[in-house]
Design a protein around this ligand. Structure first.
Ligand code: RP5
Length: 251
């Protein structure tokens, strides 16, 4: 995957012009396509296995099939380019493996019990692209199911194998990832795993590090990550909040 050492910039979008139904004749979004996905280097990225071989959405042969299988329904513009289901992003091009919807899986692993132990932890990884602390998730491979991707990504990024465990599905839908554009975006299945105690976790693959952070509340988690000199991956705040709410009511 491309390495983003900064959040791609975007044209600011006034709230009333976010919906695609609102006319904005002079809308000029910023192209966030990284060098790895431009004409010259696309074949290498396809060979590496993370990018589809289509330079523009017009080259994609199976839009009806993709639209029918989408986790979040989306529409197309007059040129048959797929449109981000949340509306304008201020960004165009593709900074993800696929045009349109890119499916991810996000395993949220929580260890300990507040009532029993007085403390509880969540397992996070440090992303190699932004350096921020995030859920150890990743993209669903072609032909793979979301439950299988949850287990594989967790194992690849932390070494923790929860193959025998049945998680609680917390959320399926759009993730506000910085790589999203008007024509390529991420939707995820986030699931909650509960363990009695923390287990050994080692950062690997896309992860610079893996660590357990105190997770009694979102405030405590944010403070713990900051005290460690880090930052939480903003796109994952709603997913982690959903996990905390599921455990306690409201976090
Ligand atoms: C996030 O990007 C998703 O929620 C998922 O955690 C992640 C997948 O991208 P990579 O980690 O594979 O770059 O928005």
């Amino acid at each position: 995957m491309p390495t983003n050492d900064h959040t791609p910039t975007a044209v600011p979008i006034p709230a009333d012009l976010k919906p695609w139904t609102m006319s904005w004749p002079y809308y000029r979004p910023v192209d966030i396509t990284p060098p790895e996905l431009t004409r010259k280097r696309l074949p290498d990225s396809v060979r590496e296995g993370w990018a589809e071989p289509y330079l523009t959405p017009e080259d994609v042969p199976n839009w009806p099939d993709r639209a029918a299988r989408a986790l979040v329904p989306f529409t197309f513009d007059a040129y048959h380019w797929p449109l981000n289901p949340t509306g304008r992003t201020g960004k165009t091009g593709r900074n993800l493996g696929k045009w349109g919807e890119n499916l991810a899986a996000d395993p949220i692993v929580v260890a300990g019990d507040l009532d029993r132990d007085g403390e509880r932890y969540v397992l996070l990884i440090q992303r190699s692209d932004t350096g921020q602390w995030a859920i150890p998730g990743g993209m669903v491979d072609p032909g793979e199911t979301a439950p299988a991707a949850l287990v594989r990504e967790l194992r690849e990024e932390t070494g923790v194998d929860l193959a025998g465990h049945t998680p609680t599905i917390l959320f399926t839908g759009y993730v506000d990832d910085p790589r999203n554009s008007d024509h390529a975006w991420i939707c995820t299945t986030a699931a909650l795993y509960r363990l009695p105690h923390t287990v050994l976790a080692v950062g690997a693959d896309d992860a610079l590090a893996a660590a357990w952070f105190p997770f009694a509340t979102m405030l405590q988690l944010g403070d713990a990550v900051r005290m460690d000199g880090g930052l939480l991956y903003p796109a994952h705040l709603p997913l982690l909040t959903a996990a905390c709410d599921r455990l306690d009511g409201v976090c």
